[in-house]
Design a protein. Structure first.
Ligand code: NAP
Length: 517
């Protein structure tokens, strides 16, 4: 029997007595560990987090909590090799792809440690300037933001077990709100290990950080009126969360990050072989292959001027051909596996759905696997498709294949290109590739209302830009419509979700005495 991972709830590590759900190595097919949340007293655990963890966190200033985040960074950093081993085994990722998750997590935590320090020794945040309520300036209204008096429940997706935890936990803990994380079962091991390391080091007060691995049953029922839930995953599960009585009846605050049909757009001024064209080709290939395309921000649709469809198809396909796929332990392998055989089936189904209206440009099935058995491993080569008429296409704009798959499509004019991007009905990110600053700015402004982020790649930032799919803690993550309507990160903006705004109407001397920064 493999190890049954412990859950940490109610301020203690808890062993449950269920059989456990096994987690697998998606390349070798071997069982790694098991998880089980059956029999946990969730009500009691959530109450402990609220009352004990929340009270202890709120007794600290922002600067003190920022110091806890900095201590967590110091603790996690030297354990990188152990986290990398878990990622290789459980997510099937090559070292570079595991680093996107693990180093991205530690970097984000470090960023919030620094930002939090700038908030100083305050207990609340002042929101704007005081406003007079009448003729006499003595009586005024000051808005303040105070940490939520509840817990933050995170229900996370399988693709970022490290970053998905810390990009949410950093702003929550900095705000003074205790965290309960429920990682996706398939890859829960890395999340559990990082929480274990931080909890056992006693960096945060008891009850500040909990982890529940296994079934999600009962988690939403345990939420009360001042709690918040932040969900990352599929649109179908998002709909279940949104319609739960915790949200509809108890006004639990909810943030949703769901599916997204992100785009890359080559501007009309680009020409085959010029800098912008090459930058698009490189970025599309990178986005298709990093983490085998299992990134919520990955490029799914590539729009190019109609007369460049063939050149773009050939250039991208030529690079994809050279991508080695297979066992991430083999150093010649550039792209590891998907997270599970179930995910592999979902990707095959998605490709079949797209192929009802698209032609194959590069077939992932042509990649022989390195050091991996195709009958066992959840590996698939990168697949590029092409649609000649994106106006009549439906699946192109609706089907998110969560794997190394993208579809090229031609456009006639800039207006047409922007309209095609909008057919995704709200995305996390669109990237633009061109050299004309005015045209790029106009396109970015035109897209901003329907995208969480517009990533503009011009030749002057060729070696500086941070990548279409990389989520930086200084920039917003989240998108409207299909993408879930959520907002995360964006520097200190992220703290808004974990604070409640109130107006305090009082004499100026009272307002001046508020413990607010
Ligand atoms: P999923 O099946 O929706 O699962 C997400 C999480 O929800 C998991 O922790 C899952 O637990 C849990 N869950 C399942 N049923 C639930 C229920 N009835 N009540 C409460 N929680 C429940 O999604 P996934 O397959 O892990 O992730 C892939 C999807 O996530 C993709 O579509 C991708 O677009 C999206 N995604 C979006 C972002 C973003 O930031 N926008 C980031 C990453 C992924 P179990 O694992 O135990 O079932």
């Amino acid at each position: 029997m493999t190890e049954l991972l412990l859950n940490h709830l109610g301020g203690r590590w808890q062993r449950v007595h269920g059989p456990g759900t096994p987690l697998f190595d998606p390349v070798l097919g071997t069982e790694l560990v098991r998880v089980d949340a059956g029999g946990l007293d969730l009500k009691q655990g959530f109450a402990h987090a609220r009352q004990v963890g929340g009270a202890a966190l709120r007794a600290c200033t922002y600067r003190q909590r920022a110091a806890m985040l900095a201590a967590a960074v110091k603790l996690l950093q030297p354990n990188r090799a152990a986290y990398d081993e878990i990622a290789t085994a459980n997510s099937g990722t090559v070292k570079n792809d595991s680093a996107v998750d693990i180093d991205g997590a530690i970097f984000t935590l470090g960023h919030y440690a620094k930002l939090g320090d700038t908030l100083g020794d305050a207990m609340l945040l002042r929101d704007g300037e005081p406003a007079r309520l009448g003729k006499d300036p003595l009586f005024q209204s000051q808005h303040v933001s105070s940490p939520l008096r509840g817990v933050a429940l995170f229900i996370n997706a399988f693709n970022f077990p490290a970053w998905g935890l810390w990009e949410k936990a950093a702003p929550a803990l900095l705000s003074g709100v205790p965290v309960i994380v429920k990682p996706a079962t398939a890859t829960a091991w890395l999340t559990q290990r990082m929480v274990r390391d931080v909890v056992d080091a006693g960096i945060f007060p008891p009850g500040a950080l909990s982890v529940v691995c296994g079934s999600s049953a009962g988690l939403m029922d345990a939420l009360e009126c001042f709690d918040a839930v932040s969900f990352t995953g599929s649109a179908d599960t998002a709909a279940i969360i949104r319609s739960h009585p915790a949200v509809t009846r108890r006004s639990v605050r909810v943030n949703i990050e769901a599916d997204s049909l992100n785009s890359a757009l080559l501007m009309p001024d680009a020409k085959p072989g010029d800098a912008a064209f090459d930058l698009l080709v490189r970025e599309v290939v990178r986005e298709m292959t990093v983490k085998s395309g299992q990134k919520c921000t990955a490029i799914r649709r590539v729009f190019v001027p109609a007369d460049m469809l063939d050149a773009a198809s050939e250039a991208i396909a030529a690079k994809l051909k050279g991508v080695t796929v297979g066992n991430p332990r083999n150093e010649t392998v550039r792209m590891g596996s998907l997270v599970s055989r179930a995910q592999l089936s979902a990707v095959h189904e998605g490709i079949a759905a797209l192929r009802e209206e698209a032609q194959l440009v590069h077939d992932g099935a042509t990649h022989a696997l390195v050091d991996a058995d195709a009958a066992i491993a959840a590996c698939i080569g990168p697949t590029l498709l092409r649609v000649r008429d994106p106006d009549s296409a439906i699946r192109l704009h609706e089907v998110e294949v969560f794997g190394p798959v993208a579809t090229l499509a031609p456009y006639r004019s800039m207006d047409h290109a922007l309209a095609l991007v909008q057919r995704g009905e709200g995305s996390l990110v669109t990237s633009l590739y061109g050299s004309d600053a005015a045209a790029l700015a106009a396109a970015a402004a035109g897209l901003a209302a329907t995208q969480g982020r517009v990533h503009v790649v011009s030749p002057d930032v060729a070696t500086l830009h941070t990548g279409h799919g990389n989520v930086m803690p200084m920039s917003l993550h989240g998108g409207p419509g299909r993408a879930g309507g959520g907002e995360e990160l964006g520097g200190l903006r992220a703290l808004g979700f974990y604070h409640r705004r109130a107006a305090i109407q009082a004499s100026q001397s009272v307002l001046a005495a508020l413990p607010a920064g």
